[in-house]
Ligand binder design. Structure first.
Ligand code: ADP
Length: 474
């Protein structure tokens, strides 16, 4: 009995530590907007890098032709071909080839990685078929989606700042990512040109905008998390004199690295961070994204097993880092059978813990709920933070003194945020918590003007669209 009360105590403490009251979320919203401002004011002015992308106009539906894209992100690697009809037609068709990235290549050399990528690209191009002879003698334009922090030097080139999400290829840091790819392409004798180097969020934004011109920001919540949005060039203070035709530029926030003392952090987060290969880094991402949520739950369960005997003797697997993957955690969370039989099965198969009483299974579902709800609500606060920065949250921006006269009319403009990533698209409770929190923070009056739209395969297709809008006229 005493032991059970200790377990309940651990849960209570977790719930308190993960609290995301509306008041706290609004502090996170403000902190996000302020940090964005600081990151735009000076290089290194914030943990938010606020990277320039050199993308100053987004696809609008008039792009035409066949374009390719490569997507190197978290767990998968994708090659795509997109057919565009122009004149506001929808995308005529697209094909995707998905491949897991062999684990050893994630920590090998840049040559090893890019040779692998280009060999897959070549196979894909060779399967071109469908008799379009004109393609044979035409140079192919390629968009490259590279979902790691890059300091862009133009729309089609940029230098890798650091790796995230378990990748670690030391010799690539500081190198031009497009050049690495272009070299491997040349080596294979392929006639392709890297026309656009884009962050995955920028690809998502591009596809979102192609379909809906009110799209101003994009968020990815998958293995990792990040966001980008369209900023006015005159707000990008760290780059004085930046001029674009549209007066705007897409900024890649690298929001996974956002940090604020208002974030509800627990001892589990602190331990997860110090055990990680990148301590003090990607703090927001570590509370939100799919790579980490399962492991936070595992840490809570481990603590409970140490405080009590709720899992019997069979707890050794619980000490294995990352053994509980987020999709399995989600499956336990969403188990709607009255006796929680999926929870039983997953505990047995993954953690080798059997005969767990119903009361304990319910407790585990509760842990999953607390961890996921916090993650979803923090991501929601981040989104509203972006809207606040660009004056689309109904509040009049972060510095009301600076808002211009057009502000009242833009207050009630329809605003679309494109969203992509497995955590959002495949985990319904996460999605519901996020949507609900965005509406809650915005309030009844403003919420109907903000639309969150899933942009399926956007990060890849969007890169092809950007390759199209930045290709040489043929
Ligand atoms: P990427 O690895 O490029 O981010 P995705 O956007 O598809 O790819 O995200 C995959 C991640 O989404 C997985 O690592 C996992 O954490 C999470 N995920 C996928 N499916 C589910 C699911 N059913 N429930 C919860 N999380 C999921």
């Amino acid at each position: 009995r005493r032991k059970w009360s200790r377990v309940v105590g651990v849960l209570k403490e977790l719930e308190e530590g993960c609290s995301t009251s509306i008041g706290r979320l609004k502090q996170v919203v403000d902190a996000m907007a302020v940090e964005m401002h600081a990151g735009l004011a000076s290089e290194g002015g914030s943990k938010l890098k606020m990277l320039l992308t050199f993308v100053d106009n987004l696809p609008d539906g008039n792009e035409k032709g066949t374009y390719y894209a490569l997507h190197l992100g978290g767990t998968n690697f994708r090659v795509l071909r997109v057919q565009l009809g122009g004149e506001n037609s929808l995308i005529l068709g697209h094909e995707v080839d998905r491949q897991p990235i062999p684990q050893h290549l994630m920590t090998s050399t840049s040559e090893g990685l890019f040779d692998f990528i280009v060999s897959k690209l070549e196979q894909f191009v060779e399967r071109e078929g469908n008799g379009s002879m004109s393609m044979l003698d035409k140079r192919r334009e390629l968009g490259f989606t590279f979902s790691f922090p890059v300091k862009q030097t133009s729309v089609s080139s940029g230098i890798l700042i650091k790796w995230t999400k378990g990748f670690s290829i030391e010799d690539m840091i500081g190198k031009d990512v497009s050049e690495c790819l272009q070299q491997a392409i040349r080596k294979r004798g392929l006639d392709m040109r890297v026309a656009a180097l884009v962050n995955d969020t920028v690809g998502t934004l591009a596809l979102g905008h192609y379909h809906d011109a009110d799209t101003v920001a994009a968020v990815i919540i998958g293995t990792g998390t990040n966001a980008c949005y369209v900023e006015r060039t005159d707000s990008i203070i760290k780059c004085q004199g930046l001029l674009t035709k549209s007066g705007g530029m897409v900024v890649n926030m690298e929001w996974g690295n956002f940090w604020s003392t208002h974030l509800p952090r627990t001892s589990y987060d602190i331990d997860l961070d110090s055990d990680s290969p990148n301590p003090n880094d990607q703090g927001f991402e570590k509370m939100i994204s799919g790579m980490y949520l399962g492991d936070i739950v595992r840490r809570v369960m481990l603590r409970m097993s140490k405080e009590s005997d709720i899992f019997g003797d069979a707890t050794s697997r619980l000490s294995v880092p990352f053994i509980l993957k987020t999709p399995l955690m989600a499956a336990m969370h969403e188990d709607d059978s009255p006796d929680l039989k999926d929870v039983s099965r997953i505990l047995k198969e993954t953690l080798e813990i059997s005969d767990v009483p119903l009361k304990v299974r319910k407790l585990i579902v509760r842990i999953c709920d607390v961890v996921t709800r916090r993650a979803a609500r923090l991501a929601a606060a981040g989104i509203v933070g972006i809207l606040k920065k660009i004056g689309r949250d109904g509040s009049g921006g972060i510095m009301s003194g600076r808002t211009k006269s057009g502000e009242t009319s833009s207050r009630k403009r329809r605003t679309v945020v494109a969203i992509e990533g497995g955590l959002y698209t495949s985990y319904s409770l996460f999605r519901e918590y996020l949507n609900e929190a965005v509406a809650e923070i915005l309030g009844e009056e403003m919420a109907p003007y903000v639309v969150l739209k899933v942009s399926e395969d956007g990060s890849g297709i969007g890169a092809a669209l950007l390759a199209a809008s930045h290709s040489y006229p043929s």
